[in-house]
Every structure is written in structure tokens, then in C-alpha cells.
Design a protein around this ligand. Structure first.
Ligand code: B12
Length: 256
């Protein structure tokens, strides 16, 4: 059985080259040994998951790593997060609210939405994620079933952004528009577009999504627990890594 230092070093050493199975196994071993999930995230002496992804970002900045290396490293950390997230998410008595999240019909992008989900859960929301390519009918059925305070629509293509309006019209037609706040987001979406589409809120990233969701529900920012902060820090580093990937891809596309 490895000791704490070996686990933290292993998490660091295996995340950098993106060895997803080893990272997941080590995370599970750490959990089984009773290690604090925050330890595995922040590490010690520069080891652990967050320092590893920071190092990946630094290697990218130095031109030693490219998009594929960064992507597999981020995926390895995401695998660890799938195990750590339930341990870090606020286990309050009652969720602060329910939010239905989805990527609109015709759109398969979900990395950004999933980061928002993680952050929302960390802040105490119950998140019902309907996945990608979600039809307005499926959205409506979920709103009727779960009675959420908020529904969040993600779109990443200019061709699928008009689905915001279609979803909102579907809620209106069912007489449910006034029962739920609508938030929208995704790389090409702007505050102005969100307003025009008739949404109640827009946010450019995962932490802003949480702030906006709370503001829409009139929830005051309470003191953030250490666990929520750790989850937020982990999402922030994943977010920054994915944004770098997005920017690099966009730069390549604009040259071709
Ligand atoms: C990864 C990626 C893919 C992956 C998606 C994998 C997945 N599971 O998500 C794959 C390879 C499948 C893909 C496919 C395609 N893609 Co693509 N893709 C990207 C890329 C490189 C990164 C997107 C990403 O994950 N970003 C990182 C995350 C963290 O950021 P984010 O998505 O913006 O999310 C944040 C915020 O937007 C916000 N947010 C997100 N959702 C929500 C929801 C709410 C409610 C709120 C409040 C906030 C919020 O918070 C998130 C976290 O901070 C972008 C490039 C870019 N510059 O964005 C292109 C990009 C989005 N893709 C593009 C295109 C064209 C396509 C394809 C059509 C390519 C093709 N010809 O096949 C297909 C379309 C498939 C489909 N029908 O959806 C274009 C879109 C152009 C446009 N404006 O329409 C982009 C911009 C690339 C480009 N410059 O050309 N893609």
C-alpha cells in the first residue's frame, strides 16, 4: 500500500503525461486510505492534481506541450474529479436550489457545461444534467418533472444559439416561463445575445455561473467552505486548461 506522499507524487507524475487509469486508481486508493480529497487536489511540496495541471499549462506556455498533451492531462484530472467531486460537493441538509442543465439540440459540446455543473454542485445546487443535443420537448419534460428554479442552456455553435429562443418559446407555450429563470452560456454567447434571446441571465465561465445563479435566486454569498473552495479551484484550473485548448484550436482554424 503506498503512503500519502507516494499517492500525491503519483498523482502529480501521472497527471502530467495524462495517464488517466493510473490517476483514477491512485485517487481511489487515496480515498480508501482516508486521505483528505483537498490533499489530493492541492498536494504538498508541489505534488498533487492542481500543481500537475499548472505544470501542464506552464509547459504549454513554454512550447513544450501542445493541445493533445494538454487535453489528455485535463482528461486524467477529470477522471480523478469524478471520484473526488461527490466528497467535496456541499453535503448540506437541503440543496440551495435545483437547476436543469443541457446543451441545446444540434450541439454536441459539453466540456464547458460539465465544468459549470461541477461548480454548481460544489455550491450546493442539485444539478440535473440532460446531456447534449437536447430537444425542447425533453427540456420541457424535465422542467415539469423536477420543477427547477433555473434552467441553463449551453450552445457553442452560432448555428445552434437560436435554440435558446426556441426553448424559451417552448416554456412560454406550456405556461411555465414565469416559474423558472433561464440562464444561457457557451463560448460564442454574449450578454447582449442572451438578453435578445429573452434569457434572465448569462455567465462567461463556471464561477460566474454560480454567482449569477445565486443572484437570480436572491441567495446571499455565505462563507465558502474549504471543500467548496477546493472544488472551485480544481474547476478553475481545468477551465483555464480547456480555454487554452480552445484558443489554440481557434488560432489554428483561423490560419487554415
Ligand atoms: C472541444 C471542441 C469540440 C469537441 C467537443 C467535445 C465536447 N465533448 O465538448 C468536438 C471535437 C466534438 C467538436 C465538434 C465540433 N465543433 Co467544436 N470546439 C471545441 C473547442 C476547441 C473547445 C470548446 C471547449 O470545450 N472550450 C472550453 C470550455 C471550458 O469553455 P466553454 O465551452 O466556453 O465553456 C465555458 C463558458 O462558455 C460557460 N458556459 C458553458 N456552458 C454554459 C451554460 C450556462 C447556462 C452558462 C451560464 C455558462 C456556460 O462556462 C464554461 C466553463 O467556464 C472550441 C473552440 C473554442 N474556442 O471554444 C470549438 C468550437 C466551439 N467548435 C466549433 C465547430 C465549428 C465544431 C464542429 C462543427 C466542427 C466540425 N466541422 O465538425 C463540430 C460540431 C459538432 C456539434 N454538432 O456540436 C467552432 C464553433 C464556431 C461557431 N462559432 O459556430 C469552435 C468555436 C472552433 C472554431 N473556432 O472554429 N468541438
Amino acid at each position: 500500500m503506498p503512503n500519502r506522499e507516494e499517492i500525491l507524487k503519483g498523482l502529480y507524475d501521472h497527471t502530467i503525461p495524462g495517464h488517466a487509469p493510473q490517476v483514477k486508481d491512485l485517487t481511489q486508493t487515496g480515498i480508501d486510505m482516508g486521505l483528505d480529497p483537498k490533499d489530493m487536489l492541492y498536494g504538498a511540496q508541489g505534488m498533487g492534481l492542481i500543481p500537475a495541471l499548472r505544470e501542464v499549462g506552464a509547459r504549454f506556455e513554454r512550447g513544450e506541450y501542445f493541445v493533445p498533451e494538454m487535453l489528455i492531462a485535463a482528461r486524467a484530472m477529470q477522471g480523478a474529479m469524478s471520484l473526488l467531486r461527490p466528497l467535496l460537493a456541499k453535503q448540506g441538509t437541503k440543496p440551495v436550489g435545483t437547476i436543469v442543465m443541457l446543451t441545446v439540440k444540434g450541439d454536441m459540446h459539453d466540456i464547458g457545461k460539465n465544468l459549470c455543473d461541477m461548480m454548481l454542485e460544489g455550491a450546493g445546487f442539485r444539478v440535473i444534467d440532460l446531456g447534449v443535443n437536447t430537444s425542447p420537448e425533453k427540456m420541457l419534460a424535465a422542467v415539469q418533472e423536477h420543477n427547477p428554479q433555473i434552467v441553463g442552456f449551453s450552445a457553442f455553435l452560432t448555428t445552434t444559439m437560436p435554440m435558446f429562443k426556441v426553448n424559451i418559446a417552448t416554456l412560454e407555450k406550456a405556461g411555465l416561463r414565469d416559474t423558472v429563470k433561464v440562464m444561457v452560456g457557451g463560448a460564442p454567447v454574449t450578454e447582449e445575445y442572451a438578453k435578445k434571446a429573452g434569457a434572465d441571465g448569462y455567465a462567461p465561465d463556471a464561477s460566474a455561473t454560480v454567482r449569477k445563479a445565486k443572484a437570480l435566486l436572491g441567495i446571499k454569498d455565505e462563507e465558502i467552505s474549504e471543500n467548496s473552495q477546493a472544488l472551485a479551484d480544481a474547476v478553475a484550473i481545468l477551465d483555464a486548461t480547456m480555454q487554452k485548448i480552445g484558443e489554440a484550436e481557434a488560432a489554428v482554424n483561423s490560419q487554415s
